[in-house]
Structures are given as structure tokens and as C-alpha cells.
Design a protein around this ligand. Structure first.
Ligand code: ATP
Length: 683
């Protein structure tokens, strides 16, 4: 009796050679074959009478071979096989290029289902290189839904059908199903055997949908169980205890009244830090929702309890900006704030490092280097990281290993739905800032083409004249790189703009400048020594100059929607009416439609949803996942509702059975899933 763990080498028709090729698709055993899902299906259940073929498209026809396939040599090494087929309604030509083998299989007078693309019209109508399957004389429904598997050179769909058929044959009897029966019943999910059979050999489209639903649920459920276990395990770690006594004075020291969302997030942080376990929390909020204040709350808590806090910003510009925002707030509470960046002089750095080592520096702001380059802290109690740091499970484990387990707060400016965030950020708890500070009016947004160039230049001039400031963002630094596509470069554009507006003060900022220089320009812009800042996307995240009220993005069609939303978020941060102009609306229908989404909504969650739908989750999240196992079936954009269910069920199940001792099959699958991605913290 063959077993699912047998090598596919012994499947009839698959020798060592094909086995090697299958290995390229990660198929070694029958189980691997079962877990290799079709990437698509061809619906050959719908048979079209030949007379009704009226478009160039793919069709399934049920027809008899009418003429002997004839081989024509067109050119050296190129053959064309031709024959005709007919049904009760008409006849159709069939051709095969360079595939005499396929044609040789056809017998005159035999009925087949042919499936393929029909080209041409009228008498010239031809089905090109169709797949064919013999029809038994008395078959009613000869067509079927045919799985289309991923392939590699040298393998055919038939090979994949062979190995999956052999694998499906082993599925009799007891197949270990990781999903508890209660859940299957509750969500009406087919069991594993039915689902696998339907995925590989569906009878109807609905079979596929049902089976897919189960696979998605299973995958998300396994993922959530694993993450929940990570969280549970952490509960065993002991954390530094911060009391919340000083929080009131912190709130009083703020230059404004915190929003309800900010207050809630800070209270959640305080509760975590008082719990006796290390905090691992994500604060997520739309542009301008005021995340910095929340981080400041944690810094204050740490310092008031006699511990140091490290605040890591994604760029030096932001580190400097955060230090400047934090210093006056913390100063009121008698807490010192120290900046440590690469662009400081050696003497400044020495002084900062010494203060950090003695503990005189209570709050330290810098870039990732704060943690990486072995800066010695006296008593590090809290770390604030940006999501861009990919400060994942492994990094946190490394930190804990250094001694103590500081509380960790991760900041994210990507507004994604909470359910998604809980999964994307794995084992982090999530606080959402879903409220924008009062007194802001929405940024008026326009998508324009080159024909508006003069008017926009005049508009920049006008806004500056009214006391505002403008950003102009370009995709490139220098012109030379991309002469043919004529993208705007920051340097050239700054020169051009200065010529057009000689009475305005124009500065340029890009990633290749020295950090100290960037820092100075940013400070000068914030201090209103410049009117217009022409920049690359170095200013995308976090830059906060409330007086700036106009954002112009050149070649906006080159950027992702969420990125444009981030850029737009640089304005509308003060009380001045703000504007955003995207050039690129004249670069075709698609570009225009995309930019119009931003004109319609200022809500980052909605933009993210549109971005997700357009680009697909793979592109959208890129490396953003914090070392999570890869998902093979679930689509994070489309399967949100199932994801919610899967998470709730995983939480409930683990609350009842934290070690999954009662669910050995589930436990085994969870461990396999997490082992695959080599997560050191899990092993
Ligand atoms: N409760 C509040 N009331 C009024 N203004 C606030 C409040 N909270 C924050 N601000 C101000 O709003 C601006 C944005 O805050 P912050 O820079 O923290 O935003 P952010 O969430 O980091 O946004 P981004 O992701 O766009 O950088 C700052 O100028 C800040 O001083």
C-alpha cells in the first residue's frame, strides 16, 4: 500500500529524470504533490457548439476528427499539422505547430473534447494546439475542470496530473486533519480529504471555491496558532515593572491635549509595562495622527522609573526631529534627552556615549545604530523602533539576551486594517491611532498633467506669498540616469524652479548628501529659512514641518499609492489650509485612475485597501512581514473576514489548551510551518 510519504519516483511514468525536475518544484514525496496546488483551472465543462464560436477566445468543443492529420514542413525544423474536426453544428480547423506527437494521437472518426484558443474568423477559424481528451461513446458530460499546475521546463501538465493522481490514491482512510472537527462544522468547511480531492480534481467551480476556503482557513489558523503560542511563551518571560505614577504629569507637560486615541494607546502601554512581562506592542496610525507623543509617553515612563529609553528613528533627519520635539516635553519633567547620530563630531559622540553609559542620558534618540553598534547602556528599559527596522522576533530575542528584557514599542505609519496588522506584525499587540488631532482640515488634492505646469508654478508662488511653504518631490536625484524617460530630477528641478521663481528661496535635499548637510537643510526649512524644498523621497516618512502646506509630487505615477499618501501626509499638519498636487495624470488611463483615488479620499486605511487591491499583498507588504512564515493560499487582501475568524478561533483554542496537547496533528503542522522559515526564537 503506497504511503503519502513515498517518493514520487515510483509513480508510473515518472522516472529518476522527471523526479529531478519535480524536485525543482519542491515535489519529492506524494505529500509534496498534494500540497502543490494548481495555479489555475481550465473550465472545460462548458462545451460550445462549433457554430456558436463567435470570438477569438478559449473554447471547449466536443467534436469528431474528420480528416487525417497532415504534416506540413513549413521551414527547416518547423512542422505544422492540420486536420479538421466537426460536430452537429459545423466544422473547425485544428493546427499543431511543431508537435507531431500530439497530432499523431488523434484518430479519424473518434470523438474528443478539444480545448484551446480559437483564432481567425469564418472558414479560416482555427483552434491552435488544443489539448484533447477522448470521449467515451456514451458519456453525457465529457468535459471537466482541468487543474493547471505550475511547471518547469521538461515537465507537462500530464506529469503533474500523474503524481497528484497517485497522491490522491493514498488519501483513503484516515487522513490526519489539522482542523478540529468543531471548527469544520462551525464554518462549514470540507474535511482535508474532500478539500484536497476538490483542489486537485474539482467537479465544479464551486468545489474549488469551497476547498480553497478551507485551505485558506487552515493556513491562517495554523499561522495564528503559532503566533499565539509565541505570545503565550513570552508571558513566561519576566519583564521590568514600570509603575504609572508619573503619567499625569506627562499628560500635563504636553503642549496640547492628547487625542482620545493617543491617551488610549499610552494607557495600553502603561498597562503592559506594569504587567511584569516585557511589552511587545505596535502603534499604528495614519499620517499625522501623532505617534511621536505616544513614544514620548513610553520614554517618560521608563525615565520616571529609573530606566533608560532608546528611541530609534528610520533616518538621521527624523532622529534629529524627534529629539527636538521630545526635549522640551521631557525637560519639563526633569528628564534628559540625548541625540546620538553619525553626523555628530567625534567629541560630541564621545560625550553622548559617556552619558549613555553612566545613565546620565535618560532618553537617547538615534538611528538603528543605537542598538547595532554595541552602544553601552547603563540600564536599558525600553526600546522604540520603526517598522522599517524590521525589529522582529529575532532582534528582540537578541536584545533580551544582552540582559534584561526591555519593553519594545514598534511604530508603523502604514494604516492597514487591525485584523491584518495583528497578523502582519505577528506576535505584537496592536494599538491603533484612529483619530487625527483636532483643527486640521483635509488636504485638497489634485491630479494634474503637464498642461497645468504654469498654473502650478504660480500656485506655489502664491502659497509661499501667503506665508506657507512647499515641498516638491522628484523620483530621481540627477538627470543623467534616465534621460530617455525624462523623469524630473531633484537637482535639475530645483535649478529650474529657482529660475522661474527668483524671488523665492529654494533648497534641495536628497539621499546622497551628507547627513550633516541634510540635517542642516531640514532644520533651516523648519525654521522657514527656505520657502521651497525640492527633495527626493527622503522626506517620505515622519518629517514634520507644520507650516508647510503645499506638496507637489513630480511623476507621481512612479510611486505606490500608500507612498503618495505618506508624502501627502507631510502637509496638513498645521492649521493652514493645505494642498497636494500630483503630476502624472496625463500618463494614461491607469495612472489617472490611481491618482484619482487619492483625490477622493484622505483616509489612509482606504488608500491602503485600494493599493492592496491594485498591487496585491505580495508587493504591498514586501519585506514588511516580521519574519512570518510565507502564506501559500491565503490572500491577505481578499481573505480578511476569514482571517478574523481564524484568529479568534486560534486564541480561543489556545486559551483552553496552551500547549495544544490535545491536538497533536495541529501542533505538528504548526511546528512544521514555523520551522520552515527558520525562526530562531521559535526553535
Ligand atoms: N493631540 C494633539 N493635538 C494637537 N496636535 C498634535 C497632537 N498630537 C500630535 N500633534 C501634532 O501633530 C503633528 C504630527 O504628529 P507626529 O509627527 O507625531 O505624527 P505622526 O503620527 O508621527 O505622523 P507621520 O506618520 O506622518 O510622521 C505634530 O506637529 C504634532 O506636534
Amino acid at each position: 500500500m503506497p504511503s503519502v510519504d513515498d517518493s514520487i519516483q515510483f509513480v508510473k511514468g515518472i522516472g529518476p529524470k522527471k523526479a529531478k525536475l519535480l524536485e525543482k518544484l519542491h515535489i519529492r514525496t506524494l505529500r509534496d504533490a498534494l500540497e502543490t496546488y494548481p495555479r489555475d483551472y481550465e473550465d472545460r465543462t462548458h462545451i460550445t457548439p462549433i457554430a456558436e464560436i463567435d470570438m477569438e477566445d478559449k473554447y471547449a468543443v466536443r467534436a469528431v476528427v474528420g480528416t487525417e492529420p497532415k504534416v506540413n514542413r513549413i521551414r527547416k525544423g518547423l512542422t505544422l499539422v492540420k486536420c479538421t474536426i466537426y460536430d452537429e453544428t459545423g466544422t473547425l480547423n485544428v493546427t499543431y505547430f511543431n508537435n507531431p506527437y500530439a497530432a499523431a494521437q488523434l484518430r479519424v472518426g473518434q470523438e474528443y473534447v478539444f480545448y484551446g484558443k480559437v483564432q481567425g474568423f469564418g472558414r479560416g477559424r482555427t483552434m491552435v494546439s488544443p489539448q484533447s481528451e477522448k470521449v467515451a461513446p456514451d458519456a453525457d458530460h465529457p468535459g471537466r475542470i482541468v487543474p493547471v499546475y505550475p511547471l518547469t521546463a521538461g515537465l507537462t501538465q500530464r506529469d503533474l496530473e500523474r503524481v497528484t493522481a497517485a497522491a490522491l490514491d493514498t488519501l483513503t482512510g484516515e487522513w490526519p486533519d489539522p482542523l478540529p472537527e468543531l471548527l469544520r462544522a462551525k464554518y462549514r468547511l470540507p474535511d482535508a480529504v474532500d478539500a484536497l480531492s476538490a483542489i486537485h480534481r474539482p467537479k465544479t467551480k464551486d468545489d474549488v471555491a469551497q476547498a480553497r476556503r478551507r485551505m485558506v482557513f487552515e493556513e491562517l489558523f495554523l499561522l495564528c496558532c503559532g503566533l499565539q503560542q509565541l505570545k503565550e511563551r513570552r508571558k513566561a518571560d519576566s519583564g521590568i515593572v514600570f509603575t504609572s505614577n508619573g503619567l499625569d504629569s506627562f499628560f500635563e507637560a504636553l503642549p496640547f491635549t492628547p487625542t482620545g486615541a493617543q491617551r488610549r494607546a499610552i494607557m495600553e502601554i502603561a498597562a503592559d509595562c506594569a504587567s511584569g512581562r516585557p511589552m511587545n506592542r505596535l502603534v499604528q496610525g495614519d499620517v499625522g495622527s501623532g505617534k511621536t507623543v505616544v513614544a514620548a509617553g513610553l520614554c517618560a515612563l521608563a525615565a520616571q522609573n529609573g530606566w533608560q529609553a532608546a528611541f530609534m528613528a528610520p533616518t538621521e533627519i527624523l532622529a534629529a526631529q524627534h529629539a527636538e520635539t521630545l526635549a522640551p516635553m521631557l525637560d519639563k519633567l526633569g528628564i534628559s534627552c540625548t541625540l546620538l547620530t553619525g553626523s555628530m563630531t567625534a567629541a560630541q559622540k564621545r560625550a553622548a556615549l559617556a552619558a549613555i553609559e553612566t545613565g546620565a542620558a535618560q532618553v537617547v534618540v538615534g538611528t538603528h545604530a543605537l542598538i547595532q553598534q554595541g552602544v553601552q547602556f547603563h540600564r536599558l528599559g525600553a526600546v522604540i523602533a520603526d517598522e522599517q527596522h524590521r525589529f522582529g522576533v529575532a532582534q528582540r530575542a537578541a536584545l533580551s539576551a544582552k540582559g534584561g528584557s526591555p519593553h519594545v514599542l514598534v511604530m508603523s505609519a502604514t494604516p492597514i486594517p487591525r485584523t491584518l496588522a495583528l497578523i502582519m506584525y505577528g506576535d505584537l499587540d496592536v494599538s491603533v491611532l484612529d483619530e487625527i488631532p483636532p483643527g486640521r482640515s483635509p488636504v485638497e488634492t489634485y491630479a494634474v498633467g503637464e498642461n497645468m505646469r504654469k498654473r502650478i508654478t504660480a500656485f506655489i508662488d502664491k502659497q509661499v506669498g501667503l506665508g506657507g511653504q512647499a515641498y516638491v518631490v522628484c523620483p530621481l536625484i540627477e538627470d543623467s540616469e534616465n534621460a530617455e524617460t525624462k523623469l524630473k530630477s531633484a537637482e535639475q528641478h530645483a535649478k529650474d524652479l529657482q529660475k522661474l521663481l527668483p524671488h523665492r528661496r529654494v533648497a534641495v535635499l536628497h539621499g546622497r548628501m551628507k547627513n550633516a548637510e541634510k540635517d542642516q537643510i531640514m532644520r533651516d526649512f523648519a525654521a522657514q529659512k527656505y520657502d521651497i524644498l525640492v527633495a527626493t523621497t527622503v522626506i517620505e516618512v515622519g518629517v514634520d514641518v507644520p507650516n508647510a502646506n503645499l506638496m507637489v509630487v513630480e511623476d507621481a505615477d512612479r510611486f505606490g499609492l500608500s507612498q503618495l499618501h505618506q508624502l501627502r501626509g507631510r502637509v496638513g499638519r498645521g492649521t493652514r489650509q493645505s494642498y497636494c498636487v500630483f503630476f502624472g495624470a496625463d500618463k494614461g488611463q491607469v495612472a489617472r485612475e490611481r491618482l484619482r483615488i487619492l483625490c477622493r479620499t484622505g483616509d489612509g486605511f482606504e488608500v491602503a485597501r485600494a493599493d492592496l487591491a491594485q498591487r496585491g499583498p505580495g508587493d504591498f507588504f514586501g519585506q514588511r512581514q516580521h519574519g512570518l512564515p510565507a502564506l501559500h493560499v491565503a490572500d491577505l487582501a481578499a481573505d480578511l473576514a476569514l482571517m478574523q475568524n481564524a484568529r479568534e478561533e486560534a486564541e480561543a483554542l489556545l486559551a483552553a489548551d496552551p500547549t495544544l496537547a490535545g491536538y497533536p496533528i495541529l501542533l505538528d503542522r504548526v511546528q512544521r510551518m514555523f520551522a520552515e522559515q527558520n525562526d530562531e526564537a521559535f526553535n
